[in-house]
Design a protein around this ligand. Structure first.
Ligand code: ME8
Length: 638
């Protein structure tokens, strides 16, 4: 059986799983499911990347061991993938003993053959990105990836001879189809390879949470060497001896990820594989970012959307559909709750839901659910039949290029055409006129359209597609076959519940806002209840400033929120505050308030809020905290 090996990144268990992570994994799942339906033996790998200084620090802050710190977060992401019906084959953790041993062996082998050597590292290090940079690679003195401050780093280190592989890596990127989309190739070649590819430091000595270099235990293997190796250690590779899974599945058919880590997968990773004398992966796809409030959705920016909340409210398939449909290949896409709700209502409830419901109802009403070909075919069936016959080829072509959005567009084109077909053929009129044979054929055409669309939807919205098959009285297909008009000779259909309930968008937006607020409140409560004593240094990290309210207005469609324009010294900024029940906008203007000025920005109702104003609350009462006598805006509160 033909094999297909597919991976997503192994994620950092850094505290909060968000919708951005879900995009890659759901995308991977759609590819994995499609390939399985094509009859391939698919190995779909995902997991967690658990080592490094960042995790070590977080765990220390939380007062637990790094392993205890990551265990809880790993369990949470595994439950997220279960909730979203992600059908991975293996979940690898870089703390798995077999992985750790294999990374040690890989490192040793590269050292013994001269591809790794010991020297001294002098340069810059970005802790959040776990990346070393040379002075010339910095952007305005900051990390070129995330824009944050970097630290001086000088230590004894092992180096990987990346420079030796530069010509072969360049050739791989420019002369093959290794990296998609195309635009990322130029970026890699111009910005990194042609700018001069230097050897990279691949060990650290300033922390201990990682894979120790076996022959020099003070050194910890650089987290990216550790992490990238997961793609082969998961298959049982341990440095030399071939494993059965390696022989069966390697090289990978597809490494899927967002654009910011393409650099590691298209330069360091192939060079490592060249050094290990292993075949190179067939494809790296770097997709765009899910944005929120204009920025990449990311934990460190604090602008995240909680997938657990959305899944609980709208179901896995609605979320899967939104992610797969909303993001064009390789480009960024902005998340808004409005867009999610609109997609659910228009595509899933109206277009798909109505087609299935109307067809199912008419099956029962006119033929007791028993549908077969009618005697009266008509030229008016031709366009929709032609569309049905073309669909499988179009979806396959899109999925062969890993473009789920295009595949879904085509499937929904057929769904739209089938809905129009009902309006044009007017089955109710045919019934009235007693044109039974024409009516039978029309319904047969419709059931065929539902079957073909339903089967092709399986990789994307598996639960919904299975329900559609149940309604048609068919088993859920395990293969993409018979996807042409006329292949299913007869149906014994059943009535099924509505696939997606119609949502009241206004009400849902309010509910989502409330749920987000509740989560924030729970977090604050949790923190207050268990608040430990803090040092004066801890307190000094919070920057409190007096601010003057210059303008204030209600936030549309949010009964709790006010949008405030504040003057803080010479600066103006926007803050959204949940005080609309206690203060009118008019009352607020001119007031002096106390602002938490260095809080991470948060997007609420599409507005970026930069800070929080302090209030005192007791039961149902709430009052602003204000300076006791007049003092200039911008004054520090200490
Ligand atoms: O980089 N939009 O882990 P990570 C789209 N451990 N995708 C997003 C996203 C967003 N806003 N935010 C995250 C790491 N992702 C390393 C990987 S692999 C050997 C090691 C997805 O937890 C996307 O796939 O920071 C991105 O590449 C990945 O999460 C980064 O996850």
């Amino acid at each position: 059986m033909e094999k297909f090996y597919l991976t997503t990144p192994i994620y950092y268990p850094s505290g909060k799983w968000h919708l951005g992570h879900c995009y890659t994994t759901v995308y991977g799942d759609a590819v994995a499911r499609f390939k399985r339906l094509e009859g391939l033996d698919v190995f779909y790998l995902t997991g967690t990347d658990e080592h490094g200084q960042k995790i070590e620090k977080r765990a220390a802050d939380a007062g637990v061991t790094p392993k205890a710190f990551v265990d809880g977060l790993v369990a949470e992401i595994q439950s997220l993938w279960r909730e979203l019906n992600v059908s991975y084959t293996k979940f690898i953790r870089t703390t798995d003993e077999s992985h750790v041993r294999a990374v040690q062996n890989i490192f040793k082998r590269l050292y013994e053959q001269g591809d790794i050597y010991k020297s001294k590292y002098k340069g810059k290090y970005c802790t959040p990105c776990e990346s070393f940079w040379t002075e010339s690679q910095l952007k305005d003195g900051k990390c070129p990836d995330c824009g944050r401050d970097v630290q001086d780093a000088e230590e004894e280190s092992y180096f990987f001879r990346l420079s030796k592989y530069a010509p072969r890596v360049r050739e791989l990127l420019t002369k093959s189809d290794y990296l998609k989309p195309e635009s990322r190739v130029n970026e890699m070649v111009n910005n990194f390879i042609d700018a001069g590819l230097e050897d990279i430091a691949v060990s650290r000595t300033s922390f201990t949470w990682g894979v120790p270099v076996e022959f020099d235990p003070g050194h910890i293997v650089y987290v990216w060497v550790d992490a990238l190796s997961n793609y082969i250690t998961a298959l049982g590779y341990n440095g030399d001896a071939p494993s059965a899974d390696m022989q069966a599945y390697w090289p990978a058919d597809l490494h899927l990820m967002a654009k910011e880590i393409v650099r590691f997968h298209s330069i360091i990773w192939p060079a490592m594989l060249m050094a290990l004398d292993l075949p190179l992966p067939k494809k790296v796809v770097g997709h765009g970012w899910l944005l929120f409030g204009g920025d990449k959705m990311s934990k460190s920016k604090g602008n995240v959307v909680d997938p657990f909340v959305l899944k609980a409210r709208y179901g896995a398939d609605a979320l899967r559909y939104y992610l797969l449909r909303a993001m064009p290949f390789g480009a960024d896409g902005a998340y808004t709750s409005e867009a999610l709700l609109t997609r659910i209502n228009t595509d899933l409830c109206n277009d798909l839901g109505n087609l299935v419901r109307r067809t199912g109802k008419m099956n029962v009403q006119y033929f007791n659910g028993e549908i077969s070909r009618g005697q009266a075919v008509s030229g008016e069936d031709d366009p929709v039949v032609a569309q049905m016959n073309a669909l499988y080829g179009e979806v396959k072509a899109a999925m062969d290029e890993y473009k789920p959005q295009r595949a879904l567009e085509k499937i929904f084109d057929l769904i739209g055409a089938a809905n129009k077909y009902i309006d044009v053929t007017k089955p109710w009129a045919l019934a009235k006129e007693g044109q039974t044979e024409r009516l039978r054929e029309v319904l047969y055409v419709l059931n065929e359209a539902v079957r073909i669309a339903g089967t092709l939807l399986l990789p994307f919205v598996p639960q919904t597609a299975a329900k559609i098959m149940e309604g048609l009285g068919l088993a859920v297909p395990e293969r993409n076959k018979d996807l042409a008009f006329g292949k299913q000779k007869a149906y014994r259909t059943k009535e099924i519940d509505a696939l997606f309930p119609r949502l009241n968008v206004e009400k849902e937006l309010d509910e989502l806002e409330k749920l987000a607020d509740k989560k924030e409140e729970e977090k604050v409560e949790e923190k207050t209840e268990s608040a430990p004593l803090i040092t004066i240094d801890d307190f000094c990290r919070v920057q409190l400033r007096v601010a003057e309210v210059l303008a204030c207005e209600k936030v549309e469609k949010a009964d709790k929120l006010l949008k405030l324009t504040l003057k803080v010294g010479d600066e103006q900024r926007t803050v959204v505050s949940g005080i609309a029940k206690y203060y009118t906008p008019e009352e607020m203007v001119g007031k002096r308030v106390v602002l938490v000025a260095n809080l991470q920005p948060r997007v609420m109702r599409g507005i970026e809020s930069r800070g929080m104003i302090l209030c005192a609350s007791e039961g149902d009462k709430l009052t602003l905290v204000t300076p006791e006598s007049l003092i200039g805006s911008g004054a520090e509160v200490c």
